[in-house]
Design a binder for this molecule. Structure first.
Ligand code: KIV
Length: 257
């Protein structure tokens, strides 16, 4: 699927599902699930590389992991889920030329068909319109933007009038700039609903309620593999406990055999 095709999902009220992946096993699981989008999110810094935030992850890490994810895909390229790669911290905040160079490296060296960037500050707006003019599709990301956690924390955004209005304005701006969709993370459900109804491009929510055009989840959270779970993602299994216990049982049995 191409990024530009996603808007037809919204027109047909067809729900969009996105899952994150970070290696070939999670890529294969995400593809097998039927997810429309596989996002190599910079959350891989935390769920796969053991960092405490997304800030340390590098462009090289993102390219390496995006290639591992696509090696886990088994379908023909035209049939594959839309592969999107996050631009890591400080690869698009230091000027348009650098952003084009770094996003270009992702597009040239992986099978990702789009990049995702966080926020809509004036510098980021310039970068987004330049990337799109250069032929690189961009997914936006508003609300809780983990790359800004030193300023904003890891808490819900949009819960006072000023922040509510800013997120709405930013969403309209991102659409005008040409983003093909926007992730809305950890904002009040009614704000997400307003944005969803005002935009033509799809909104994809995480911790943003049920009114978005789609939902995205960090697969490791969904499978309960992490020690710390975000409050807005209920795991579908207690993966850490389940796999941990089974491995322990196997090791104990092998030691006795
Ligand atoms: O990095 C990531 O996994 C993300 C999702 C939370 C949308 O940006």
């Amino acid at each position: 699927m191409l990024p530009s095709e996603l808007v037809t999902y919204k027109k047909k009220s067809q729900k969009i599902i996105a899952l994150t992946a970070w290696d070939s096993i999670s890529g294969s699981l995400a593809e097998h699930s039927g997810a429309d989008i596989v996002l190599v999110g910079d959350s891989l810094a935390m769920v796969c590389l053991g960092y405490k935030s997304t800030l340390p992850v590098t462009l090289e890490n993102m390219i390496y992991h995006t290639n591992a994810v696509s090696r886990g895909f088994s379908k023909e390229i035209e049939e594959q889920s839309l592969l999107v790669c996050d631009m890591p911290f400080l690869t698009y905040q230091c000027g348009e030329n650098k952003a084009v160079e770094y996003a270009g490296k992702i597009i040239k060296n992986t099978y990702a068909k789009a990049v995702k960037v966080e926020g809509a500050d004036p510098e980021v707006q310039n970068v987004i319109s330049r990337l799109i003019r250069m032929g690189i599709p961009v997914m936006g990301h508003l609300g809780l933007t983990p790359q800004s956690y030193l300023n904003l924390g890891f808490k819900q955004q949009g819960n006072n009038l000023e922040s509510h209005e800013k997120i709405k304005r930013d969403a309209l701006t991102l659409e005008k700039l040409g983003c093909f969709s926007i992730v809305l993370e950890h904002i009040p459900e009614l704000l997400a609903k307003e944005i969803q109804s005002e935009l033509e491009i799809p909104t994809i929510g995480i911790g943003a309620g049920k009114f978005c055009d789609g939902q995205v989840r960090v697969t490791a959270d969904l499978l309960g593999l992490n020690d710390k779970q975000p409050p807005f993602c209920r795991p579908i299994i207690d993966g850490k406990k389940l796999f941990g216990e089974k491995l322990k049982e196997w090791v104990a049995a092998e030691k006795l055999s």
